[in-house]
Ligand binder design. Sequence first.
Ligand code: PMP
Length: 300
Amino acid sequence: MGLVTYINGQFVPKEEAKISVFDHGYLYGDGIFEGIRVYHGRVFRLDEHVKRLYDSAHYLMLEIPLSPEQMKQAILETVRRCGLRDAYIRPVVSRGVGDLGLDPRKCKTASVVIIVDTIQLHPEEAYLRGLRAIHATTRKVRPDALSPQAKTLNYLNGIMARMEANLAGVDEAIMLTSDGYVCECSAENIFLVRGGEVWTPAPYLGILKGITRETVMGLVRELGLPMLEKVFTMYDVYTAEECFLTGTGAEVGPVVEVDSRRIGTGAPGPTTLRVMKLFRELTRREGTPIYETEVVEGRT
Ligand code: PMP
């Protein structure tokens, strides 16, 4: 079975999935997206991802021509048609076809695309040995300029940081706020283990409140450890016992070296390993089943 993409109510083979060059998603990055995982035939945290998609749309005053329930059904049906039990889903809603000016009023209908494919952000071996990171000179966009809560199609800020990591020959880039506080990674949230506590940057610093972050905060509390949202600097990262990152694509990834400083023992730490194990177990257990829900045809 080949991969199928949903485009504006049609299910088409991956190779035929095409969007107009006049779509403002292409011309201006005017649009939004989500990244969702399917584990063992279940879509993990589907409601939370769809809610965030509609919140991003609301922020940009972008009208999605499907109800949230229709969006969920379209997502499930696209996965079903791909025949995958483990996959990555990328719903994308762009402003639609307009003219060459940036006025969104020229775009009559938003384009809705649902891509299903597989994903592996880092090789398995990187999770065993731990990831290496730098902190990027590229600062996070201030939250009063563009809200980090909205997952827009404009990811240049994170891409600039990611290029710095590539040039440094490491796996990830940690990004700081314009004031120099630790914010998040190029496309993941960051956690530290310090003195038996677990820290993650406070949302008001301008992070994306990751769905994996929320899940992991719950798991840390289940372990009986204090889970704190804090403001901290690179000094706290360098001197932490453990560091890990979280994201839908990367899941929970241990970080063992930052800016050429060894973190803790230089190997994935015990708390990180417990969180990774609990997270994997949770993804096996929870989620919306793909093959037990109603089939709907396209857009209504
Ligand atoms: N921060 C940024 C900037 C991201 O793009 C992502 C990935 N969506 C995350 C954090 C992690 O969020 P989530 O756990 O919801 O994937």
